[in-house]
Design a protein around this ligand. Structure first.
Ligand SMILES: [Zn+2]
Ligand SMILES: [Zn+2]
Length: 364
């Protein structure tokens, strides 16, 4: 291999390394380079599709991984990390609970509708925390029929104290976010401050901010590592933590038009921000699909309007903004598109890792 090629490889690896630590943003779908837009929806959970049709009593390669998925989101409440590939009672029970939470037929099997739902990108916050379910499965069946509210809170109902009604937020300085990106977060905060008596203002002092926003790759020190393109998109902690983390690996779209394309490794930043701010304020997940606090969002989808379930939930924690007259209860603009995905992005990142490895070996 020529010296020139080695230098090129090292430069490429250094470039790839720096890019991997900075989030990347696109103004809209059409600005994503064509070769980065894959043709089918392939997130990191796509391999689960091979398990479609599995049911109790079977032993199939890959069932251990899906048990890890259910454990991560609170559906298997045991500390084991060494799961078997047996379709056991714990898995069947986890699937039934999941199906109940997401309004699917509670078959206890990995049927097609269930599997299609499992592979959707979603929030990294668990649906069931410390064994207590905040969604449908935590409510009695009579409650399910007679109530329209499905909002929920974290265990112990943590909220910001009465002395804290003007919250500051700041961005991780290393992310070097543009004003355009910061404006997306400002809009997302505004959607909540319109309905409750709270304000959110950006501060330049990251250390002192009530809410700290940062984009991270993989393991970033809080025990909740990010997983690359799609899969989990972001997570935020309950009050008064204020930590709000987003996955750097996503193709974040910062303004509009996301529904105009069927290509879809792209994720609408404002949609995710509005959801995560709900967690920062104390809301858990809701089983109402149109609600902002529903845990999953299809890629290439924009969903930014609070619906009555979100508003009732947050107002029960903080009361109503005196200027709120109910008119913000807009219908959700959910433009779900099928298809699209991220297989090519996965290969791209794999290539970067390979180049990094080659550069590393040469340095040695
Ligand atoms: Zn969430
Ligand atoms: Zn985190």
């Amino acid at each position: 291999m020529s010296a020139h090629l080695f230098v090129t490889l090292i430069l490429t690896s250094l470039f790839s390394n720096s890019v991997a630590h900075l989030p990347h943003f696109f103004p809209n779908m059409s600005s994503i380079p064509h070769n980065l837009i894959p043709n089918s929806t392939l997130g990191i959970w796509n391999s689960f599709q091979n398990l479609t049709g599995c049911h109790a009593g079977q032993k199939i390669d890959g069932l251990a991984r899906i048990k890890n998925y259910f454990q991560y989101f609170g559906y298997i409440n045991i500390s084991s990390t060494n799961f078997t590939d047996d379709f056991d009672d714990a898995l069947e029970s986890a699937i039934k609970t999941y199906q109940l939470n997401f309004n699917l037929n509670a078959t206890g099997e990995l049927d097609e509708p269930t599997m299609n739902h499992i592979v959707k990108p979603r929030c990294g916050v668990a649906d069931i925390i410390n064994g207590s379910s905040s969604m449908n499965s935590g409510k009695s069946s009579s409650n399910l029929i007679h109530t329209v509210s499905h909002y929920s809170f974290f265990p112990g109902t943590p909220r910001w104290p009465d002395s804290k009604r003007d919250l500051s937020y700041a961005f991780q300085p290393e992310n070097q976010l543009s004003d355009t990106v910061k404006a997306v977060f400002a809009r997302a905060f505004l959607r909540w401050s319109e309905v409750i008596p709270m304000t959110f203002n950006e501060t330049s002092s990251f250390a002192d901010a009530d809410i700290k926003i940062g984009f991270f790759s993989g393991d970033h020190g809080d025990g909740e590592p990010f997983d690359g393109v799609l899969g989990t998109l972001a997570h935020a902690f309950s009050p008064p933590s204020g930590r709000f983390h987003l996955d750097s690996a996503e193709n974040w779209i910062v303004a509009g038009n996301i529904g105009d394309s069927t290509a879809a490794s792209a994720v609408d930043l404002e949609s995710v921000a509005v959801h995560e701010i709900g967690h920062l304020l104390g809301l858990g997940h809701s089983s109402i699909e149109s609600a902002i606090m529903y845990p999953s969002i299809s890629s290439a989808t924009r969903k930014v309007e609070l619906v009555s379930d979100d508003i009732q939930g947050i107002q029960s924690l903080y009361g109503s903004n005196p200027n709120y007259n109910g008119s913000s209860t807009l219908t959700t603009q959910q433009r779900e598109t099928s298809g699209a995905g991220s297989n090519f992005m996965g290969r791209l990142w794999g290539m970067r890792i390979l180049l990094l490895g080659v550069g590393f070996v040469f340095i040695l």
